[in-house]
Design a protein around this ligand. Sequence first.
Ligand SMILES: Cc1cc2nc3c(=O)[nH]c(=O)nc-3n(C[C@H](O)[C@H](O)[C@H](O)COP(=O)(O)OP(=O)(O)OC[C@H]3O[C@@H](n4cnc5c(N)ncnc54)[C@H](O)[C@@H]3O)c2cc1C
Length: 406
Amino acid sequence: MKTDVDVLVIGAGPAGSSAAALLHKQGFKLLMVEKQTFPRFVIGESLLPHSMDLLKEADLLECVTRQQFIQKNGAVFLRGNETCNFDFSAQFTSGWEYTHQVPRGDFDKALADEVASRGVEILYNCGVSAVRFEPSMATATLTRAGGETRAVTARFVLDCSGYGRVLPRLLELDEPSKFPTREALFAHVTGDRRPQGREEGKIWVCIHPGGAWIWIIPFSNGKTSVGVVALPEFFGQYPGSPSEKLRSILESDPNAAARLNGMSFAFEAQTIKGYACSVKRLFGPRFCLVGNATEFLDPVFSSGVTLALASANRAAKVLTRELRDEAPDWQKEYGDHVMQGINTFRAYVTAWYDGTLQDIFFASGRNPEIMRQICSVLAGYVWDVKNPYVSQADRALKLLAHILRR
Ligand SMILES: Cc1cc2nc3c(=O)[nH]c(=O)nc-3n(C[C@H](O)[C@H](O)[C@H](O)COP(=O)(O)OP(=O)(O)OC[C@H]3O[C@@H](n4cnc5c(N)ncnc54)[C@H](O)[C@@H]3O)c2cc1C
């Protein structure tokens, strides 16, 4: 049956734009529908080196490089006077040795504009409010900001709506995350006293003495993203407005305080809570969930955008085969692949919050080869099953912490 487009892409974040770039290259007719106007603020600003491979494959690396984002060469974990400094040049998996810290308004707009310049139609200010699936096609209802609606038919729907979770909500696929509900309080600031040289663009993750952790992500525009993640009761101890709370929390961590005590807020601090989510399944007849519309674990290892790009890459490849009537095995080719990445990071997030990883990061007798293997996970190379800290992540981390604690 003839449809308006081959693929309807919901959402123009990194997942949507990169999937659209790859599918457009294969000659399919696409429509990308985005609820907001760009540039828009979204949190999630620290990329991982593996994202560079994925951007390159979608021919999107050049438009990112043109933005002159700051180079991120690694990740530094700090607890009081202890430091664990990962440099992406010291990795087990051969791959990119750097990536970027990106204000997402600029990054997402650069990707979407590039895709539009190649001929993909993007409708901004237009949300997908309903989708009806029939055996031969899907019909989506698009609702403009003013309220007018229009129907679009497609052979397939890629849900890249991130926190909008369009199809998980409409098809009742949402499942609660097994992680406890955490909260993040964040802002952009100026006046960050950064380290110099190669260290300047690294992300800092500071372990606050009260049981929270803090991110510090420097940008090339002179601003720095700062945020605190903790259980909701942690924030209750700090009085005042969101910015006053954030300032007090940063002042009460020695490492954040030393770097940020001259800072000014670029905007009032904001809160996001209950962001961890899961789904019953990742695909079905004529649809597939991609990026944050699948499962989101936790921000601690900056895995979100890389997983969004990786799932988009794989979805575009499997969908290309489907649209050419090659009957791909979605479970094997898409579901298992995406879950391999998510589950590796799940083991690290679990080990972060139960203290296993901190015992490893701040141990005195760290083995350089093992640290290279862990560094590759922090760089996003979570599909390299030759790395034992990928293929047996959970077991390997527990065993290592046990040995280092003795
Ligand atoms: C506190 C916090 C910190 C984080 N830090 C990092 C980090 O440092 N690094 C990292 O990689 N990740 C981080 N993340 C995760 C990151 O935010 C996401 O993983 C990433 O944005 C996912 O990209 P996406 O393309 O799937 O979705 P999004 O970037 O959310 O894009 C989805 C798009 O869909 C649009 N949309 C929604 N509903 C509809 C609709 N009905 N119709 C049409 N369009 C719609 C939205 O407007 C949006 O533009 C963090 C997350 C949190 C909560």
